[in-house]
Design a protein around this ligand. Sequence first.
Ligand SMILES: Nc1ncnc2c1ncn2[C@@H]1O[C@H](COP(=O)(O)OP(=O)(O)O)[C@@H](O)[C@H]1O
Ligand SMILES: CC(C)(COP(=O)(O)O)[C@@H](O)C(=O)NCCC(=O)O
Length: 414
Amino acid sequence: MDHLAHVSNLRSSQSQTQISHLALDIGGSLIKLVYFCRYDDSCRDDGDELRSQNDSLCSKSDNNQPVLEGRLHFAKFETSKINDCLDFLRSMKLCLGVNSGSHDGTAPPSDKIFIKATGGGAYKFADLFKEKLGVSLDKEDEMECLVTGANFLLKAVHQEAFTYLDGQKEFVQIDPNDLYPYLLVNIGSGVSMIKVDGDGKFERVSGTSLGGGTFWGLGRLLTKCKNFDELLELSHQGNNRIVDMLVGDIYGGTDYAKIGLSSTTIASSFGKAISDSKELEDYQPEDVSRSLLRMISNNIGQISYLNALRFGLKRIFFAGFFIRGHAYTMDTISVAVNFWSKGEAKAMFLRHEGFLGALGAFMSYEKQCLDGLMVHKMQQKFPISASSAGDNIYCSLSSNSDENGSIECTVYGT
Ligand SMILES: Nc1ncnc2c1ncn2[C@@H]1O[C@H](COP(=O)(O)OP(=O)(O)O)[C@@H](O)[C@H]1O
Ligand SMILES: CC(C)(COP(=O)(O)O)[C@@H](O)C(=O)NCCC(=O)O
């Protein structure tokens, strides 16, 4: 489902749902939203099947805390179209406090409303949110949020991580007690590489400015594509060998076997564009797109592997919206990691790839009250212990999830 259709569906269902918590990740390219929708009587088309698993929609937990049952929803907007995001939030009335979780139904004064936000835009657009919606952004550290989001997804959500090689997607069973250490590679506009050793225990060990923004930015200039999906779609049909200089092009069609390079290995990305006396117009945009995608993905795969090697890490999880669940991107990254590590390290991908930061910001409500409502913990329906304190996370991936995969969960209030 495209994002506009997704948003329009959200709009049509928003009057039926009660949105009690929201968190934002405002990145260089995209704004990501995670919000919790309580089930209520009018929320039938959004999880009948799931609702029937629960006897009550708002009950009390063993220690007498109010329990809200509902789902985590995901949405995204282009950062350059932040006004669409503001309109969306305004239309949800969330920012006016109408649905912000006050139990007596009264709206808090707008200057008391805080929304958890992370990413550079939490700083850049703080005044805009205040001016347009009257809410303050409660800033959370981006790296911390990425790690919190990744740990949550990996420990709590069934079938979150998967490998992708030779067109085969395979879900990976994660043992929450044997998760660390791992390397988290977040491919957003730029790329951050984070060594994760535990809940809240991490170090950003590397990064590269050649990331998703580079692919989209260069791709837009070189192909005249109007949007990211179009550029990605183009790459399906392209042949990078028209643009890239291969080992075989240099070695007269043969391998350079002595150093382990086959004739089809890319010797120089975009190398043919130098030696040919062609202009940009002489190249097919699909070939350019494919070459660009391969160049960026290969490079990230290689740097990731080198950092994994540096710290002796065997597992590398790739996230960020550059990936977009795109087969060729994942395949290229996987092959790069596999090739350089001689099969020792494994590239894995996450279903909720682009929402780690927003999820992390959402989870940070745990630390603080909003409207007298506190998210203490989310327990998982699977018998997996997930939080740092060893609490159970109560959360399951919805069976009728859309492309952004809403997650059923329970929130414990004070
Ligand atoms: N609809 C889209 N518009 C723009 N970029 C997109 C879109 N979908 C995926 N992308 C890719 O995702 C990248 C942004 O990923 P994201 O994880 O959201 O990072 P950031 O936090 O920097 O915005 C873009 O640079 C681009 O490569
Ligand atoms: C500055 C950033 C953390 C911002 O995150 P983003 O919006 O790209 O997701 C990221 O772009 C990054 O890590 N860039 C690479 C910088 C470098 O290490 O060279």
